[in-house]
Ligand binder design. Structure first.
Ligand SMILES: N[C@@H](CCC(=O)N[C@@H](CS)C(=O)NCC(=O)O)C(=O)O
Length: 222
């Protein structure tokens, strides 16, 4: 059985949704942050930066959200990502890594700006990150609107949409005047995908378990 180390409403969400979608049994291990578990040698051996998620698998421990999502999709087949031999694997990988390498790290700057530049330069980091995020999301929106790839359709509940939906959840939950505030509703093609994806039983099961509300991707403050 998989064992997912998590804190509520963290990047572990996407892994949990994918495990639900795959129907794979798993246990949640709640990281004891107050007790300092993230700094313990045992946890650092599984996640060297002390972050979540970490997933224990039959092939050994894994960290990095995108790597875990892709590994689960590949390992269990199905429809969550195009298989290596599929024609649309190339386009899928390109955009999945685009999100993992651009959207995710920029998003983290909204939540931990001082880590990037120290306390004195937080405003500059936030406004620079805002501009980059605006262009990243516009590119993803245009791709989904123009190409309507099957791997980003709500029917497939793919790892691309689950990963991006989780990030839009967090950005949408920031105050409206925060530079990191971006809402799915501003991106019609993404909104259409995410509003159908979020009512799937897998996403709803995690939303109930972690108290995320009825529309975890498109209306995180509801
Ligand atoms: N690149 C990592 C980032 C993971 C990450 O930043 N996790 C956050 C929660 S969403 C965390 O553990 N934050 C606690 C902290 O930074 O102290 C991944 O994709 O797994």
């Amino acid at each position: 059985m998989y064992r997912l180390t998590s804190v509520p409403d963290s990047a572990a969400l996407s892994v949990r949704m994918v495990l639900e979608e795959l129907g794979q049994p798993y246990q949640i291990h709640a990281l004891d942050k107050e007790g300092g578990e993230q700094d313990s040698p045992a946890y650092r051996a599984r996640q060297p930066l002390g972050l979540v998620p970490a997933l224990e698998t039959p092939d050994g421990p894994m960290f990095e959200t995108a790597a875990i999502l892709l590994w689960l999709a590949d390992r269990h087949g199905g429809e969550l990502a195009p298989a290596p031999q599929d024609r649309d694997r190339a386009a899928f990988l390109k955009w999945f890594f685009f999100v993992a390498h651009n959207v995710h790290p920029t998003l983290l700057q909204f939540f931990y700006p001082a880590r990037v530049a120290g306390e004195g330069a937080v405003d500059g980091v936030l406004s620079h990150a805002h501009g980059r995020m605006e262009s990243y999301l516009a590119l993803v929106e245009a791709m989904v609107a123009d190409e309507a790839p099957a791997w980003a359709s709500p029917e497939r509940a793919g790892i691309f949409a689950i990963y991006l939906g989780m990030m839009l959840r967090w950005m949408g939950s920031l105050p409206a005047d925060h530079p990191g505030h971006f809402r799915a509703a501003h991106y019609p093609a993404l909104y259409r995908v995410l509003s159908q994806l979020e009512v799937r039983p897998s996403v709803q099961a995690v939303a109930r378990a972690e108290d995320l509300g009825a529309k975890p991707f498109t209306d995180p403050t509801a």
